[in-house]
Design a protein around this ligand. Structure first.
Ligand code: C2O
Ligand code: CU
Ligand code: CU
Length: 459
């Protein structure tokens, strides 16, 4: 039912339909195995002519545990957009929230006016039209709010969704698709004593003890004995995941933020910081029906369970993972014409400055390869920065200090790179498209909101 003001109300009995309801536990960790809830998979929309209404709604976190959330169209996560390279995008945002909001298309190359920049804040009750062509390769992108100093709260309370771009190169590969291709938004959450999503914040970042997979607590997914493609996003404000499978099996890594890798890689663990994506294939073919495998973060007694796979059905269908996925030319360090240095300070500054949305911090010439050096000189290991750039993808070239290497999930095209305390990361970047104003910022959203962000102009 829809109440006045557009709030979507669904009563517990309508949705739980007589299923066993897990006992209420606001901030408890993983529940008993028997009480797992089916993974929610948001509906797919085409983005040409879509309407997104940002609104408060009651959402089922699983098993009839309802919470108020900030949603797009009453859904948590929001609808998944799916479109092809060169398609036109036209999305109307209706702001039904009490605060200003914007939509940023994370990972997507769009003109400034469609980028969700804080300068284009959409006031409560107003609407805004985002229009742009899809000029980029196939990739797992996402969308979320980006209003001045409110991004962390709006994202934590639920506003986020996937935007999948397809292209001919990817379509020719025969990767697992249809029911065997699932977008997975993994994040943490904090619930109050009434089981309602709550945002408290804090200067160092905000983490919650409850794990959600596509908005579902203690999630489970029935799988066939087949290859599955999972497009995984860390949608947390601050929490970094160390993904692995309880069976000890590896992931076949096929893509990252900006699309497919040249060749697949086999990895047992993936470090995924906020806003980073990995595209992985998991092989359930050799498992017997009844087997359960947990996708989790960390191992041992501190492991966080994210999603249980329950092998339910024996089949002999499914896609393949070819040995070559994509051909592209990476940017060359030898072609770089200059180096820019960005030092991330504490939880609020870049190069000593706090964000000012009306100040352009630097200008970047169009079409030139540059080295951007991201420095995290912190000595406290909890001070970490997932550094994100709008307007172009980059190649991670080198990491010194800290972990001292570039990992398999940092190859290919990236838009967010994780910089731990004591690390310096260099990326190669070139802006080939719009001469527009973009953002560079820390994607630990509490850092972003406190000023760890800069405007730059491509000239
Ligand atoms: Cu996902 Cu500027 O952010
Ligand atoms: Cu972005
Ligand atoms: Cu940061």
């Amino acid at each position: 039912m829809v109440a006045a003001g557009g709030t979507v109300l669904i009563t517990a009995c309508e949705r739980s339909g007589g299923r066993a309801v897990a006992p209420f536990a606001p901030n408890a960790g993983a529940g008993p195995q028997a009480l797992r809830n089916p993974l929610y998979v948001p509906p797919v929309l085409t983005p040409n002519g879509a309407l997104l209404t940002a609104q408060t709604a009651q959402v089922d976190l699983g098993g009839g545990q309802f919470s108020s959330a900030l949603t797009y169209n009453g859904l948590f996560p929001g609808p998944t957009f799916r479109a092809r390279r060169n398609d036109a995008v036209s999305v109307q945002l209706q702001n039904g929230l009490a605060d200003p909001t914007t939509i940023h298309w994370h990972g997507m190359v769009v003109p400034h006016l469609a980028d969700g920049h804080p300068l284009q804040a959409v006031a409560a009750g107003r609407s805004y039209s985002y229009q742009f062509p899809l000029i980029q390769r196939a990739a797992t992108n996402w969308y979320h709010p980006h209003p001045h100093m409110l991004t962390a709260k709006e994202v934590h309370l639920g506003l986020a969704g996937f935007f999948l771009v397809e292209d001919d190169e990817e379509a020719a590969l025969g990767l697992p698709s249809g029911a065997y291709e699932i977008p997975l938004l993994l994040r943490d959450a904090s619930l109050d004593v009434n089981g309602q999503l709550q945002y408290i914040g804090g200067s160092g970042g905000f983490t919650g003890p409850v794990m959600l997979a596509n908005g579902t607590r203690d999630a489970t997914l029935d799988v066939d004995t087949a290859l599955y493609r999972f497009r995984i996003l860390n949608g947390s404000n601050s929490r970094v995941f160390s993904l692995n499978l309880s069976s000890g099996a590896s992931f076949t890594l096929i893509g990252v933020d900006g699309g497919l890798l040249k060749t697949p890689a086999t990895v047992a663990t993936i470090t995924l910081a906020p806003a980073e994506r990995v595209d992985v294939v998991i092989d359930f073919r050799a498992l017997t029906p009844g087997t359960a495998v947990m996708l989790r973060s960390g191992t041992g007694t501190t492991a966080l369970n994210l999603l249980e796979f329950k092998v339910a059905r024996q089949v002999s269908v499914g896609g393949v993972v070819p040995p070559v996925l994509s051909t592209f030319t990476k940017l060359l360090r030898s072609a770089a014409v200059r180096t820019r240095i960005f030092t991330f300070g504490g939880s609020t500054t870049i190069n000593g400055k706090i964000y000012d949305m009306n100040r352009i911090d630097f200008q970047v010439p169009h079409g030139q390869v540059e080295i951007w050096r991201f420095i995290n000189a912190a000595t406290n290991a909890s001070v970490v920065h997932p550094v994100h750039v709008h307007g172009a993808s980059f190649n991670v070239d080198k990491r010194t200090g800290g972990r001292g290497q570039v990992f398999a999930w940092e190859r290919g095209w990236k838009d967010t790179v994780y910089v731990q305390a004591g690390e310096t990361v260099e990326v190669l970047i070139r802006f080939d498209n719009y001469l527009e104003e973009y953002l560079l910022h820390c994607h630990r959203l509490e850092h972003e909101d406190r000023g760890m962000m800069q405007n730059f102009q491509v000239i």
